[in-house]
Design a protein around this ligand. Structure first.
Ligand code: F6R
Length: 243
């Protein structure tokens, strides 16, 4: 695990964007793993700017989002499929349908999760996975207690995650869905390169456990210690508990 302490989230975003641009230059049909939430927004801003400047094209690339709330209506603005379209996909030149997410409205959840895993495998797997990290150490929505061998499945969001995400739902914790579909920890670990970004003191404990704690399902991001190519981009505050 390579840890880079940067002077802020914008710098982290630029560095992550550099890695993605370099990947697309050597492999235009690369498969990207896309996270939602606040942390990756500077990455998407940097990539949109570099696309506008004619420096990078996503025309042959594919994308797979990490997770999705269960039961949010198709037109809900906080549905992750909508969020990733707004924040990133619509600002660059992906081909139609090149970006997919787990179907949080599926009648048959188990079948939807299995077909999502199959779609990622059929695309050749993820070349570069963007990740944020929850204050409780989750990646994707693999909450504490998640199996380190898990694949895409339904999970219950912890109270802490629902509190953390209430800011996207008018500060109404009860408006945050209780369940999600998420790539599993083993799904995430199958990506060839993982780039995790975190900023702010709220992430410091999780970053400390991820990098320096014992590998444990209770701090799911610790599984990344077993991955051969992880780049962690953190600001000073998120790095403040590192020893
Ligand atoms: C989002 C996701 C989550 C977030 C995490 C941090 O797709 O998978 O793991 O990355 O909850 O969220 P932010 O970045 O909003 O602090």
């Amino acid at each position: 695990m390579e840890i880079v302490i940067t002077d802020g989230a914008d710098t982290s975003g630029r560095l992550a964007a550099d890695a993605i641009v370099a990947l697309l230059q050597r492999k235009p049909a690369a498969v990207l793993g896309l996270a939602t939430g606040s942390s990756p927004l500077p990455i998407y801003d940097a990539l949109a700017a570099r696309h506008s400047a004619g420096e990078v094209s996503f025309a042959q690339a594919r994308g797979f989002t990490l997770d999705e709330y269960v039961g949010l209506p198709a037109d809900h603005p906080e549905r992750y499929r909508t969020v990733i379209d707004t924040e990133f996909v619509s600002r660059v030149d992906f081909a139609p349908d090149a970006v997919q997410g787990p179907d949080g409205l599926a009648d048959d959840i188990a079948a939807a999760c299995a077909s999502y895993e199959a779609a990622i495998a059929a695309a050749g797997g993820v070349d570069l996975q963007i990740l944020g990290i929850g204050t409780d150490g989750h990646i994707g929505f693999n909450e504490p207690g998640s199996s380190l061998a898990s694949r895409t499945r339904i999970k219950t969001l912890t109270k802490q995650t629902r509190i953390d995400n209430a800011r996207f739902f008018g500060d109404q914790v009860d408006a945050v869905p209780t369940h999600c579909l998420t790539q599993g920890l083993a799904t995430i670990m199958s990506a060839r390169h993982i780039v995790l970004v975190a900023s702010g003191t709220g992430k410091a404990e999780a970053v400390h456990h991820m990098a320096e704690g014992a590998v444990s399902a209770m701090w799911p991001a610790t599984v990344l210690q077993h991955h051969p190519h992880v780049t962690v981009l953190v600001d000073q505050a998120a790095a403040s508990r590192l020893q």
